[in-house]
Every structure is written in C-alpha cells, then in structure tokens.
Design a protein around this ligand. Structure first.
Ligand SMILES: *Cc1c(COP(=O)(O)O)cnc(C)c1O
Length: 402
C-alpha cells in the first residue's frame, strides 16, 4: 500500500516556488463554498480589492486567472492580439522569449529586440523602436528571474500611453516583493505571481488592467458575436478557458457561468494578500531589501562574484557565478540532500555558469539567509571550490546588526 504523504523539510531559496505562508496553508483547509454562494462572491470581491494594493492601482479590473502565472500571460496576449497586430518585445532573458512564443501563436507581427543576459534596456532604446515600428502592444518583463535583472518601466510606460500603444507587463517575480506601480508607470495590463513573493501555492495568476484594455476586450467580444466562425478563426486565437473577457464577466456583476472557481485557492490568496496588507508594502519591500543585502554581502565575503549589472539587480533574486572548477549541480545536490536547502540553476547560455538564489515572500527571512550561506560554503568546499572560509555568515550577521 502507498503510504500517507510525507514531505521532507525544505528551505526553499529558489526564484519560485517558495515556501508558502503557514497561515495560507491553514486557509486552504477552510470548507468549500459553492461558486454562486453570496458568501463566496464576497470573498472574491475582497480578493479583487486586496489585489489592488500590491499592484498599486485604482483599476476596476483585478482578479485571478486560474492556472499558473503563464496562464495570465497567455490570457492577456491572446485576448489583445489579433492576427497581424504589431507587438514589440524587448527581451533580456528567458521570460522575454516566452512573450515571443505567445505572440507567435497569436499570429502577431513581432519585432524582437534583445539585450545580452545580465543587462536591461535603456528606456530610450525601447522608445526609439516604438517610434520606428509603431506597435499596438509593447510586452516587457519587469523582473527577469533568469538573469536577476529588473527593468526600468516608467519612462517606457509613459511613452506608450502618449502614443496609443498598450503596455503589457510580466510582474510575476516582483509582485508583492518589490514595487510594481501599475498606475504611476502607465502599465495597461500587469500579471503577477502567487508562488513567488506572495508565498501562496502555484496555480493562479493575479491580473489587473485598465479601461483601455477593457475597451479592447469588449470591442472584440462584441465584434466576435457578429462574425462567422470562419472569419473569427481567421482573425483570432480562440481560447475559451483563458478568455479574459469571459473571466472578467464571471468575476463581475454578471457572474456568467465560465469555470468553477477554485474555492480553496481563493481562500489561500485571500490570506496571502491579507498578510501583505498587515505587513504593509513599505515594510515588506524593506524586509526583502535587508535580506538581499545580507545575502549579497555574505556571498561576496565568501569570495564569490555576483552576476549581472549591479545597477539593475533585482531585489528578489541574486545570481552568483559558480566558482572555477566547481560542479554547480553537485553543489546544489549537496545543499538539498545534506541541508534541505534548495537554490536554482539557470537556463540557456547561463546554464552551469550561475546559481540563482531567491529572496521571496515567506522564504525571505534572516534565518534562511544565514542557513543558506553556511550550507553553501560547506557544499562548495566539499566540491573543491576555493573560497574564503568562515567569513560569509559573520558578514551577513553584521548586516543585520548594523
Ligand atoms: C516564474 C515566472 C513566470 C512563469 O510562472 P509560472 O507560474 O511558472 O507559470 C513568468 N515570468 C516570470 C518573470 C517568472 O519569474
């Protein structure tokens, strides 16, 4: 017989998924309500209200798409792109290329501009390309988890607003861990994450958008009603499950029958967002910054080299070069099996070259930072790395005591 579930104890220091808030795990066990129960509508309404805090928005539309963050990105792209629409994608890491894949599938005419991994774009580089290409949509990643870089968005957002393009932003890895100022930065549609800085299990995509996007979705919905199936198929990618206009009408006053909302997950995000509200955005961002600083200084004291441009480094991910002659995967395995600590490797050209250490949500804690530094030092030594011994944890402690 298969035994009862038993999971090992872990300290998850990856860029997601990270450890869930214990209060969220408890909320998940709350009894189920029917999806048309007024008591449940009230909870959905509260989730919608609570989402507006970390998105820093007054948008009417804020809800979750059921599915991981990628479902929110896909719903947004497929909802807005009609075949042949021009989409500009400035990519500076792996998740920029996810936008390319989605835009391709939606039949967009794509303009891709690229940056070397570890760097971000100067706003003027993007703005000049907008002038040349005149896109309907500009799609950008805010925090690139693959390289640990964060993109400046405000100037680009303002230019998009003045010039009538829609600004679509993947804020999955920064949402609730670093400022994502939807209104101030003129972001038209933003997608957040749950399993990263919010520390709620994976499976939902928080999303918010303004009237410009809403109009675009409504126009298309009304147009589609009057179209033949053939015409519709020629012009749009038709997702039913990820149809943003239908999901909006399910979350709104109409309560149309779309999917069966995931009651337990809504309880979970409700509690996760309440924790954000209680902690306060400023205090939450400050906590992430302090733990990031301790981690960075500890790694440097160990003699390691941080990866990427320090001016545009993400607070919620720290990338560090794997030292000469050390097998990065062997170190990660030792960390996991001997210490229960998980850190991440990387993708593409960075595979085998850097480790990525997360600093997200509930996992962003002093005890975790100290444990990770100590364990990493021992694991690197075990695998023959040459580092400064006995410095990292002390240095991090010094940061906390400053
Ligand atoms: C993790 C991540 C995603 C994908 O999220 P899933 O929940 O795995 O679908 C997208 N974009 C960025 C920047 C991410 O860090």
């Amino acid at each position: 017989m298969i035994k009862e579930l038993s999971v090992p104890k872990r300290t998850i220091m990856t860029p997601g998924p990270v450890e869930a808030e214990p209060r969220v795990l408890r909320a998940l066990a709350t009894p189920i309500l029917g999806q048309y129960d007024p008591a449940f509508f009230e909870i959905m309404g509260e989730v919608s209200t609570l989402l507006k805090t970390p998105f820093e928005t007054k948008n009417k539309q804020a809800f979750v798409v059921d599915g991981t963050s990628r479902s929110g990105l896909e719903a947004a792209m497929f909802g807005l792109i009609e075949k042949g629409d021009r989409v500009l994608i400035p990519a500076y890491g792996r998740f920029g290329y996810l936008f390319v894949e989605l835009a391709e599938r939606a039949g967009a005419e794509i303009k891709l501009i690229e940056k070397e991994w570890g760097e971000t774009f100067e706003p003027t580089e993007v703005i000049d390309t907008i002038k040349e290409f005149n896109p309907k949509i500009v799609a950008m990643v805010h925090g690139e988890t693959s390289t640990g870089q964060i993109q400046e968005l405000k100037e680009i957002g303002h230019f998009c607003r003045k010039n009538g393009c829609l600004f679509l932003v993947d804020a999955v890895a920064t949402f609730a861990g670093a400022p994502v100022k939807v209104d101030e930065w003129c972001i038209d549609i933003a997608i957040g994450g749950t399993q990263k800085c919010l520390s709620v299990p994976s499976g939902m995509a928080p999303i918010t958008y303004n009237e410009r996007v809403e109009e675009c979705l409504t126009d298309r919905y009304q147009m589609e009603l009057g179209l033949s199936d053939q015409f519709r198929n020629d012009h749009f990618i038709q997702s039913n499950y990820l149809d943003l206009s239908q999901i909006q009408r399910y979350w709104g006053a109409e309560r149309i029958n779309h999917h069966t909302e995931m009651t337990s997950m809504i309880y979970g995000i409700h509690e996760g967002l309440r924790i954000v509200q209680q902690e306060g955005l400023e205090a939450r961002y400050a906590r992430h910054q302090l733990n990031e600083k301790a981690m960075m200084e500890g790694l440097i004291a160990m003699g390691l080299t941080l990866f990427g441009n320090p001016k545009s480094k993400m607070v919620t991910v720290t990338c560090v070069e794997i030292p000469e002659g050390v097998d990065g995967e062997a170190v990660r395995e030792t960390l996991l099996t001997e210490f229960g600590v998980e850190i991440a490797s990387s993708f593409g050209s960075l595979k085998g070259k850097i480790w990525r250490i997360g600093n997200m949500g509930y996992s962003s804690q002093k005890a975790n930072v100290l444990q990770t530094l100590g364990a990493l030092e021992a694991a690197i030594l075990l695998h023959g790395g040459k580092i400064h011994v006995g410095k990292a944890v002390a240095k991090a402690l010094e940061v906390y005591h400053r």
